[in-house]
Design a protein around this ligand. Structure first.
Ligand SMILES: [Zn+2]
Length: 117
């Protein structure tokens, strides 16, 4: 649970730093990959660099749609987790963090839904 939260926070931080979320997920931990402004692709879950194997465009598009669907479900679960946390949080700092993460998750959700189209 703790690592999951750190995980989401890391993704939110990456988005704030201007990293782009990719449609690919990490094969190890199923976290969406991010491209940093320097062009480096990393997995925020494993905290390591990722190098892609080349694939055809058709494969890529099919993968992209499948990834978007599974990712959408994960994000919805996360949002619902945080929603339950919000109800019991009285610490304003914690509340602020949760709201920031929620907002990043909704951004993510919007991007994922665009990918599916
Ligand atoms: Zn990973």
């Amino acid at each position: 649970m703790q690592s999951n939260d750190a995980h989401v926070k890391r993704m939110a931080d990456l988005l704030r730093e201007g990293a782009a979320m990719l449609s690919q997920i990490c094969p190890d931990c199923k976290t969406p990959l991010f491209r940093l402004s320097g062009g480096e692709v990393i997995c925020p879950g494993c905290n390591r660099r990722v190098v892609f194997a080349k694939s055809t465009d058709t494969e890529r598009v099919a993968t992209q749609a499948a990834v978007a669907s599974s990712l959408e479900a994960v994000i919805m679960n996360k949002i619902s987790d945080i929603r339950s946390c919000l109800e019991s949080t009285t610490d304003l700092l914690a509340l602020e963090k949760q709201i920031r993460v929620l907002s990043a998750l909704f951004d993510l959700l919007e991007k994922v839904r665009k990918t599916k189209l």
